[in-house]
Design a protein around this ligand. Structure first.
Ligand code: AHG
Ligand code: MN
Ligand code: MN
Length: 309
């Protein structure tokens, strides 16, 4: 199989998009290089009340400033900022989780960067309108996962080039395996709804193996490779769950759908959710189409029983 790069995969895309993805690939490598220096936490918290690590702040600064300076981006919004930053000109809007799983840094667990790219969309935007989405996963090797309308491309930062040229790929679109073998569900078990509890029991009975490490990109990546189910669900004390629609659920939901899976709020396809607020959270259920649809039936059944009284 000839080795190709992410740049090859994007050949049919506009030059400006190819430049934007290459810039993001380069910036992801700069974030990785910074990790050893920025292991501390800051006094700051973001608008969600999450304690910001040095690397959250540093990565957010790096990504937002370089994106605005590139002239390619008209708007960039991030989990670490209250409001989107406006660029002077540029045809793309970018949504960012600059560092996902940042509570994992001190324990040397997986962390990553999540990016969604829209063309000429005002933020917050509907996931269905994403042009492409990516995540970079900082593990034993650096992985770049890119979803375009053509499909999902897995890549490894092992090339000699810079930017997208650095990321080698088979060039074959990746599909979720037919039969899933792993699952992960966030939040405290005692706060799970009866439907989440029931579904977790079903997955255990079907011998899916639990994979939960506390970073969305790290945990989700196992489902993308092995098939299965991943969720940060609605909780009894947090009915909207934890994930931010713009910065986490939409970009990863787009990847899931392009890999042949389904991304749901439990009631509907997450990509079709009309956004109401840049910072809104949404219950998030992702994975093999049959498993996510089975979970949705559980939730719909329960809500019908409530309506019938
Ligand atoms: P972030 O570091 O960007 O705030 O994301 C953290 C998220 C996600 O990565 C992970 O799945 C989840 O928080 C873990 O939550 P718990 O600590 O409640 O398990
Ligand atoms: Mn995150
Ligand atoms: Mn984050």
């Amino acid at each position: 199989m000839p080795t190709r790069t992410l740049a090859d995969v994007l050949q049919s895309e506009d030059k400006s998009l190819r430049k934007l993805v290459s810039l993001l690939a380069d910036l992801s490598m700069q974030i990785v290089a910074e990790i050893p220096r920025a292991l501390g936490t800051t006094e700051g918290t973001n608008i969600y009340g999450d304690r910001q690590t040095e690397l959250d702040v540093w990565s957010n600064e790096l990504l937002t400033k370089k994106l605005v300076k590139s002239g390619l981006v008209s708007q960039v919004a991030s989990e670490e900022m209250d409001e989107p930053l406006e660029g002077s000109h540029g045809e793309y809007s970018v949504v960012l989780d600059p560092l996902d799983g940042s509570s994992n840094i001190k324990t040397d667990n997986l962390v990553g960067t999540i990016v969604g790219i829209f063309h000429d969309e005002k933020l917050p935007a509907k996931g269905r309108n994403l042009l492409c989405s990516l995540y970079f996963l900082y593990g034993p090797y650096i992985q770049g996962t890119l979803a375009t309308r053509e499909g999902v491309f897995l890549s490894v930062a092992a090339g000699k080039g810079a930017g997208s040229e650095r990321f080698l790929t088979s060039g074959e679109p990746h599909r979720l395996p037919e039969k899933g073998s792993v699952y992960g569900i966030g939040g405290l078990r005692e706060k799970w709804t009866p439907q989440v509890r029931e579904f977790a029991d079903r997955l255990e009975k079907r011998k899916l193996k639990l994979r939960y490490g506390g970073s969305f990109v790290g945990d989700y990546n196992q489902v993308l490779y092995n098939g299965g189910f991943f969720s940060y669900p609605a909780l009894l004390d947090a009915p909207n769950g934890k994930y931010r629609l713009q910065f986490e659920s939409n970009p990863i939901g787009f990847i899931t759908e392009k890999a042949g899976g389904r991304a749901s709020t439990g009631m509907q396809n997450v990509l079709d959710l009309e956004p109401t607020d840049i910072a809104q959270r949404v219950p998030t259920y992702l994975g093999n189409r049959d498993l996510v649809s089975e979970f949705e039936d559980l939730v719909k059944g329960a809500s019908q029983r409530i309506v019938q009284g």
